[in-house]
Design a binder for this molecule. Structure first.
Ligand code: ADP
Length: 385
């Protein structure tokens, strides 16, 4: 018999209660699917949007194991979770999606790179190192050449754990710990394609998004959909995302971040096994949101249409530099008076410089207009303390 998820006792467990978790619980709530969230902070974004909140550390074996036993299906909104506990739960017959083996590969940028290489998927050339001293030695012995990019194998995010090494001077500040170094790519554009694969094998990709970075914060500033790229590149990027999800035999939502280089070659930068910052706009600008698609994929339901309804620019609402403390929002009227603006506030109580506090999606059939509105909003809508 088909399993009943809707308006039933079925419980979807989510490891992590950040903004991605919040938006996932909202999508589940639209279908009256019960959610249980595990997070170490009782003030996390999803604590008040889920049906049941469990306070605890998603990196602790016992906490994750006990949490898993209480729910029917476990999924994640963050990959830095205790994979061993998920493996044990899976062995004991619990449904865990995405599969813990895949999370293990994705959590480690070294294993990720090896996976691309073993599956003939395009990525920049790389080498693994167990310590920063070994990198210095390799440079001295002329086994590797400057410039290069050093990345910690584990637990880097939002640009932390990434270091561009331009010259021998930079070797003093290498990141400590097991890392990889890779060729520094001359970036023409940074692209992202979110793709979903259902447990029944169906695959669908979302339209290509172009990511623009704030050089000061090294955080994504504007996410533009559709990306301004040729049809050929668009098709290539979508095909590559589909190749990755299939090669990995992955079930759920996978975000594939890519580089478009000076020769119009596409290289995979990294992947994320969950809803992604580059998919927030799908809530309003695509027929099916990434959050609904993730639910469809892990529940083995038919995937939804990923047709673009209207172009959009997504702006992360970041904590203003120089402010730390109880959050206040300034310029709400200017923001909401702008046509086509959709505001999402994550509900974090405390702001810090560059902390992701929310996002704004600007819908406009003309992307030049959308950009003007985005600039206006960035100037007027501020997160202060
Ligand atoms: P994180 O996992 O912290 O998001 P990324 O691996 O995505 O880190 O790197 C962060 C940013 O650093 C990228 O978006 C890109 O702008 C830059 N970067 C990363 N790797 C390279 C590279 N090989 N060549 C050039 N720039 C890079």
């Amino acid at each position: 018999m088909e399993e009943q998820y809707i308006s039933s006792d079925f419980k979807l467990g989510i490891l992590g209660g950040g903004q991605l978790g919040k938006m996932l619980t909202l999508a589940a709530s639209n279908w009256d699917i019960k959610t249980v969230v595990l997070d170490p902070s009782k003030e996390c974004s999803a604590a008040h949007t889920c049906n049941e909140f469990v306070l605890g550390d998603f990196n602790d074996f016992n906490t994750v194991y006990e949490f898993g036993k209480k729910v029917d299906l476990i999924t994640i909104e963050i990959e830095n979770v205790n994979v061993e506990a998920l493996k044990k739960l899976k062995q004991e017959g619990k449904k865990v999606l995405p599969c813990p083996d895949k999370l293990e590969i994705i959590k480690d940028k070294g294993l990720q790179k090896e996976f691309y290489e073993n599956n003939q998927l395009p990525t920049s050339k790389f080498q693994l190192f167990s310590s920063e001293a070994d990198i210095v030695k390799a440079v001295e012995n002329q086994e590797i050449q400057l410039p290069f990019v050093q990345k910690l194998r584990k637990e880097g995010y939002d640009g932390r754990g990434v270091k561009v090494v331009e010259n021998t001077n930079d070797l003093k500040d290498l990141l400590k710990g097991a890392s990889l170094i890779e060729e520094k790519v001359t970036l023409k554009k940074e692209l992202s394609v979110i793709v979903a694969r259902s447990s029944n094998g169906e695959v669908k990709s979302f339209p290509v998004v172009e990511m623009e970075f704030n050089p000061q914060a090294n955080l994504v500033e504007y996410l533009i959909c559709p990306a301004s790229i040729s049809e050929t590149i668009e098709e290539k990027a979508e095909k590559l995302a589909i190749d990755v999800v299939k090669s990995l035999d992955f079930v759920g939502l996978l975000a594939v971040e890519m580089f478009l280089d000076e020769n119009d070659e596409i290289l995979i930068n990294e992947i994320a096994p969950r809803p992604h910052n580059s998919g927030h706009h799908t809530i309003e600008s695509v027929v099916t949101s990434q959050y609904e698609q993730h639910l469809r994929a892990i529940l083995g339901l038919p995937l939804g249409s990923t047709a673009l309804k209207i172009p959009s620019i997504m702006v992360n609402v970041l904590g203003e530099p120089g402010f730390e403390g109880k959050v206040k929002y300034q310029g709400l009227k200017e923001c909401l008076a702008t046509e086509g603006v959709k505001l999402h506030v994550y509900g974090k109580k405390v702001t810090k410089p560059f902390r992701k506090m929310g996002h704004i999606t600007i819908l406009d059939k003309d992307l030049d207009n959308a950009r003007k509105k985005a600039d206006y909003i960035k100037e007027h809508f501020k997160v202060i303390a």
